[in-house]
Design a protein around this ligand. Structure first.
Ligand code: SF4
Ligand code: SF4
Ligand code: FES
Length: 247
């Protein structure tokens, strides 16, 4: 099929949480991405359409939305791969409140990363030598495996447990915690406790939607399994105390 000789039927979510879909006919182009489609609608058809993007090259993570029911980065998703019979249905990410149209409120998502102690805590100053971490140490390899997360929310939007229990920290926050507990330079002693509670790693059902959908090919599922093992060992050694956090 020639990509330039037809149009796409695009349904786009409009309004807030109780909004509805609006239909547009958008010209098909060669090598067209879903973000190109949204941009065409906003620039040529309805300037009131709200959506987010910044880099257009899969670096910032701001363009994620649901495309035909699946959370994706729209800048890296070609229409030819996802349009079903020339149709696209675009919706905001799920598991986050809708602000307007395709824009969601990501505050809770980022607050959970904070709650999971997702910030590096070092003790060296710039006056000390750079820490030497062996590239082939098992902990370094675990940390490397999860470090490329860009906080796009695709995994979080794809996680059924987040839908069922909104206090669950979710795959991105737990992946970040796993990365940092394996960082030999980090000195935050409370991170494992923060993620070992009821709403933390033990709530994961290990079905792997997060890993299946992550556009960076990270595996939050593997990191969460690592946290479960680490937390269980720490609990057996009596290192987690009686109280555990989680959200
Ligand atoms: S783990 Fe992957 S899907 Fe989840 S926020 Fe990070 S980059 Fe996005
Ligand atoms: S594997 Fe765990 S974190 Fe990932 S989608 Fe499933 S329940 Fe959510
Ligand atoms: S616009 Fe930055 S990842 Fe898509």
């Amino acid at each position: 099929m020639s990509e330039t000789s037809s149009t796409l039927s695009v349904e786009v979510w409009r309004g807030g949480q109780n909004g509805s879909y609006q239909s547009f006919e958008v010209p098909r182009r060669a090598s067209q991405t879903v973000l190109d489609v949204v941009t065409h609608i906003q620039r040529q058809m309805d300037p009131t359409l709200s959506y987010r993007f910044a880099c257009r090259v899969g670096m910032c993570g701001s363009c994620a939305m649901q495309v035909n029911g699946v959370a994706r980065w729209t800048c890296r998703t070609h229409v030819s791969k996802v349009a079903k019979d020339g149709r696209l249905r675009l919706a905001p990410l799920s598991n986050m409140p809708v602000i307007k149209d395709l824009v969601v409120d990501m505050d809770t998502f980022f607050e959970k990363i904070q709650a999971a102690h997702g910030r590096f805590k070092g003790e060296h100053t710039r006056h000390e030598p750079v820490a030497l971490v062996k590239p082939d140490s098992p902990a370094r390899q675990e940390a490397d495996a999860g470090i490329e997360c860009i906080g796009c929310g695709v995994c979080y939007s794809s996680c059924d447990v987040v839908t069922w229990r909104p206090d669950y920290l979710g795959p991105a926050a737990l992946n970040r915690a796993w990365t940092l507990v394996n960082d030999e330079r980090d000195v935050d002693g409370g991170r494992l406790l923060a993620v070992a509670g009821d709403a933390g790693c033990h709530s994961c059902h290990t079905q792997g939607s997060c890993t299946l959908r992550c556009p960076k090919q990270l595996s939050p599922t593997a990191g969460i399994a690592g946290l479960k093992r680490m937390a269980a060992r720490a609990a057996m050694r009596g290192e987690l105390g009686n109280e555990t956090g989680g959200a």
